[in-house]
Ligand binder design. Structure first.
Ligand SMILES: C[S@@+](CC[C@H](N)C(=O)[O-])C[C@H]1O[C@@H](n2cnc3c(N)ncnc32)[C@H](O)[C@@H]1O
Length: 237
């Protein structure tokens, strides 16, 4: 059961199964593929969430938990971060890494059907997860629904740079090297899926428009790493 050969699309169940399979190697491959820069990107995403002591934050599609942990360290004392994901194996890794951080909890959850009440968080974040949602509009509107008025929604994800020479380098990196790195993982398909999912994902302006349609205002975005990664933030009205 792999991605559609032409479009690289996967059903939600396939995405979940894929992340269950790659969970063990995810952190190492992430560091290799981003040359370790992903920690810095997560810090910037957490900055844009504008949370502090006492805040309640939901990190959806939390995976192995790095962004959740970054946020949890900022909401102490008195705050709480819930990291939610539908891959049990990714959550196992997250729980092991986050053990001992009292402001952090990991829970199973589908980003397209969040189990939390309206306005129950000060912010919601998603790091490298929105690209995998089988319905981006629904995923965004669920994040908006669970955040209180005035709170923030932050989306951190890969984007395709448009200007040479970075666009050339990027295409070699994502189309050739990333799939090659994937050969060392338990699931080479996952690393063919990755570049395809990035190409399918809306560009920065397109994602900003999706966020506006989901009900966010004051939307802005920060391009980082020469446009390879974009962090969007919007405010719930
Ligand atoms: C590329 S990983 C990102 C993990 C983590 N946020 C990070 O920054 O490294 C994408 C994660 O999204 C999760 N995911 C994708 N679609 C989801 C959905 N509908 N509900 C919950 N989790 C989802 C996957 O299980 C996977 O753990």
């Amino acid at each position: 059961m792999g991605a559609d050969a032409k479009t690289g699309r996967m059903e939600a169940a396939q995405v979940k199964a894929m992340f269950d399979r790659v969970a063990g190697a995810y952190d190492l491959l992430n560091t290799l593929m981003t040359a370790g820069l992903h920690h810095r990107w997560r810090e910037r995403a957490a900055d844009l969430a504008m949370v502090g002591p006492g805040s309640r934050v939901l990190d959806v599609a939390a995976g192995t938990g790095d962004l959740s942990i970054e946020l949890a360290l900022r909401v102490r004392p008195g705050g709480q971060v819930i990291g939610s994901d539908f891959s049990e194996r990714m959550l196992d890794r997250a729980r092991a890494k986050g053990a001992g951080v009292e402001s952090l909890r990991f829970e199973w959850g589908d980003a397209l059907e969040l189990r939390y009440g309206d306005g129950s968080f000060d912010a919601a974040t998603v790091g490298f997860g929105a690209r995998n949602f089988s319905d981006l509009a629904l995923g965004l509107s669920e994040m908006v629904r669970v955040v209180r008025s005035g709170g923030r929604v932050v989306v951190l994800d890969f984007t395709t740079p448009t200007r040479p020479p970075l666009s050339w380098f990027y295409s070699v990196w994502f189309d050739r090297i990333v799939p090659l790195i994937g050969h060392f993982s338990a699931d080479p398909d996952a690393y063919t899926y990755l570049p395809q999912s990035v190409k399918r994902f809306p560009g920065p302006e397109g994602l900003a428009a999706e966020m506006e349609r989901a009900g966010l205002r004051e939307i802005r975005y920060v391009l980082t790493a020469g446009g390879i990664v974009t962090i969007h933030v919007g405010t719930v009205v």
